[in-house]
Write a protein that binds this ligand. Structure first.
Ligand code: SAM
Length: 186
């Protein structure tokens, strides 16, 4: 599913829209970054680096946004908040990947996928992704929350930011079933 960097190519506006259609934005919401320990912050950064690698494998840099916290090394992906980014882009369909969601993710396409920039090593961060959802609701954003399951459970689904991004892109861009995508990133 590799697509080269379009930034230097000369396309007409309509042609560019057609060429970039179907390639979703991936937003990593890092509003809770400062609540992580020093070690966890370093892991968040490692996972962001790996996520950028995933984005480059499937798409191009413009498709990544990091919201809620300007993190050194990733400033150029920074956007103030997930809600303002979504409003600015005027997306039709937005999916928040949330392990505590009611709905199950089964490979639906979207203009934008949101992943929490959260690392669970210390403390109890259960439910933090749903807080991102509550922010979006408050901002009047239309979105769906969905959880990724393996054999009916979130246990066994690799929960690193980059692996979640890779699973989703394998599913929506390469047409691979969710459970097969999970096995590929494990
Ligand atoms: N402790 C957090 C919580 O309970 O909300 C989960 C943090 S998880 C380490 C990092 C991110 O990966 C989550 O914010 C979510 O976007 C995504 N994620 C991890 N596992 C997931 C799953 N099974 N289904 C959907 N999203 C998942």
């Amino acid at each position: 599913a590799f697509v080269g960097d379009c930034s230097n190519a000369v396309f007409g506006r309509d042609e560019l829209i057609e060429r970039t259609e179907g390639f979703p934005y991936v937003v990593i919401d890092c509003q809770f970054y400062d609540l992580h320990s020093k070690k966890e912050k370093s892991k968040v950064k490692t996972q962001l680096r790996a996520t950028l690698g995933v984005i480059r494998d499937f798409m191009w840099d413009d498709r990544l946004a990091i919201t809620g916290k300007k993190i050194q090394e990733f400033e150029r992906f920074y956007s103030e908040s997930t809600a303002s980014f979504i409003k600015e882009k005027n997306f039709d369909r937005v999916i928040l990947l949330d392990p505590n969601a009611e709905e199950v993710y089964s490979g639906e396409k979207a203009d934008c996928f949101i992943i929490g920039g959260i690392v669970d090593k210390t403390g109890n961060k259960k439910g933090w992704t749903s807080k991102i959802g509550r922010d979006l609701e408050r901002e009047g954003i239309d979105f769906t929350s969905a959880k990724i399951l393996l054999r009916g459970d979130t246990i066994g689904v690799p929960d690193r930011i980059n692996t979640i991004a890779e699973m989703v892109l394998l599913t929506v861009l390469d047409g691979i079933e969710v459970e097969e995508a999970i096995r590929r990133v494990q």
